[in-house]
Design a protein around this ligand. Sequence first.
Ligand SMILES: [Zn+2]
Length: 119
Amino acid sequence: MHKDQIKNTVYKYITMYHDMLDENIKRVYVHINNEFECEDKETEALGFVEVDQFGEAHIWFNGKFCDINPEKEVKDLIIHELAHLFTPVSKKHGYFYNDHGKKWKEVVMMMGGNTQKWI
Ligand SMILES: [Zn+2]
């Protein structure tokens, strides 16, 4: 999936599900990197989400994964990460979203994603 297509898909979902976005979040940035480090995962992450104390959310995607996988897989990853953004569970360095609990699963299913992957 092309970078612009990933970004467009993210913003399309955010517009569609705008009412699920925490009111403290002022802006959402999408990053697609070929190499990025996720501090609390030993293995190479496919994506993660964080929100800083200024209400700026950042969603990171693994560019390599997005390049080599079919559109459906990348869409599932986008939904996976957005569901974290929509279901904040704990605070650390501002906000941090990393739970795959009941609420997260409900949001993934509602958005048409796959709750079995990458958890
Ligand atoms: Zn996750």
